[in-house]
Design a protein around this ligand. Structure first.
Ligand SMILES: [Zn+2]
Length: 408
């Protein structure tokens, strides 16, 4: 950064610089001051001042790294204090709900997931169950600070501005003001951010999972339905209101089955859990245990199970070929059901991509299973809740400072 800009010492510059430091530490873990200089482009003295300010508020601390047996004194590492700034992450999936308390830096301080019967569940019951899980976790973590925000992943189509779930076919919800309902149910006034589970899965895989360091990423998550999330130029692609990425409802089969969204022949009717079970001769409506049973049968050499997986893989590759042509991603991350069946379908999927996608974008894309697995949306919800703090930590420092003065 040019000296005259540092010289301005304007509030705007200071806030942007604090944000750059906190973001780097949150995303990459402990860094030395020299590494922070290299990462942010700030001067050594600016880093010293700003790190000192963050340390005074307990947001970061400086400690020597663990000795590695090398002579000389290793330079201290700046690290975030993960119990100082925490968020609450909630995940509402088709057949389970989860709550996590997550500290700055992405450290999961505590997490609990419980299975629930899949089917149409009332919003109020869901919110009450989430509040109960949250209370349990807070009781186990008395030392953690109050969360600065709540992030919510939900298996539905969500308007980002106010957390309205426009439709969640697999929960039976329509036009549910979920953010509002959670605020009321939890009796809280902290900011609540709601987003689609696959969008948040993409965000989490990009920051913490299989897609770290990749900037053009397509995340596809299979379950009863199929969700998709896109990272374009390193940023989530949400569309005008946040409704984007609903790849599961791309029509792929003109003679296909009716879809829960009201249409027919959507991609998820061909690659979702229901059709896999049907092809494998299992009763529809079954879920995780049934999928596990199909995989066991396939491992034991059952031709029906292997055939069902292969057909699902074929439809998976068919849809992915179209998405590769439209978005030209570098990486496709398969989550949920698709991660589980990946070992059985990888060859078919790759073969369909070779056969159907345009050669140039096809050559540039790799397909990998998710690393974060079922927790990807939950961890993405935490990232969503951290975002306002990462954008402007100075605002939080001011509020925190005020609170300390008031309590002094
Ligand atoms: Zn549909």
């Amino acid at each position: 950064m040019r000296p005259e800009i540092v010289g301005q010492r304007s509030e705007t510059v200071r806030r942007a610089n604090l944000s750059a430091i906190v973001r780097a530490l949150h995303a990459q873990g402990p860094l030395s001051r020299s590494e922070l200089v290299a990462q942010t482009g700030l001067t050594r003295s600016a880093i010293r001042g700003l790190v000192g300010e963050l340390a005074a508020h307990g947001v970061v601390s400086e400690r020597p790294p663990a000795p590695l047996g090398v002579p000389g004194r290793p330079s201290p590492l700046v690290r975030v204090s993960s119990d100082r700034v925490v968020v609450l992450a909630l995940d509402i999936a088709v057949d389970s709900i989860a709550v996590a308390l997550v500290g700055l830096g992405g450290q999961v301080l505590d997490v609990e997931r419980v299975d629930r019967p899949s089917g149409h569940l009332a919003v109020d019951d869901t919110v009450a169950d989430l509040a109960e899980l949250t209370a349990r976790i807070r009781a186990r973590q008395p030392a953690a600070e109050d969360p600065i925000g709540i992030g919510v992943a939900v298996v539905g189509v969500v308007r980002r501005t106010d957390g309205l779930v426009s439709i969640a076919p697999n929960l039976g919800w329509r036009d549910v003001p979920l953010g509002e309902r959670i605020a009321r149910g939890f009796g809280t006034r902290v900011p609540i951010w709601v987003a689609n589970d696959a969008d948040l899965g993409a965000l989490a895989e990009h920051r913490r999972g299989a897609a770290i360091g990749w900037d053009q990423v397509l995340f596809i998550c299979g379950d009863v339905g199929v969700g998709g999330g896109l990272i374009v130029d390193g940023e989530p692609l949400t569309g005008t209101a946040g409704y984007g990425g609903e790849v599961g409802h791309i029509p792929v089969n003109p003679t296909g089955a009716a879809c829960r969204c009201g249409s027919a022949g959507c991609w998820e009717t061909e690659v979702g859990v229901g059709m896999l079970l049907e092809r494998a001769g299992h009763p529809p409506g079954g879920h995780r245990e049934q999928v596990a049973a199909v995989l066991d049968e396939a491992r034991a050499g059952s031709q029906t199970a292997l055939g069902a997986l292969d057909e699902t893989g074929r439809w998976l590759g068919f849809g992915l070929a179209g998405l590769v042509n439209v978005f030209n991603p570098e990486l496709i991350v398969l989550g949920g059901l698709f991660a589980e069946i990946h070992p059985f379908v990888a060859r078919t999927v790759e073969g369909e991509l070779d056969r159907l996608a345009l050669a140039a974008p096809r050559q540039l894309v790799s397909v990998v299973p998710s690393i974060l697995e079922a927790d990807a949306p939950l961890l993405g919800a935490a990232e969503l809740a951290f975002e306002p703090f990462l954008f402007d930590p100075a605002r939080w420092l001011r509020v925190d400072g005020g609170r300390r003065l008031a309590s002094a």
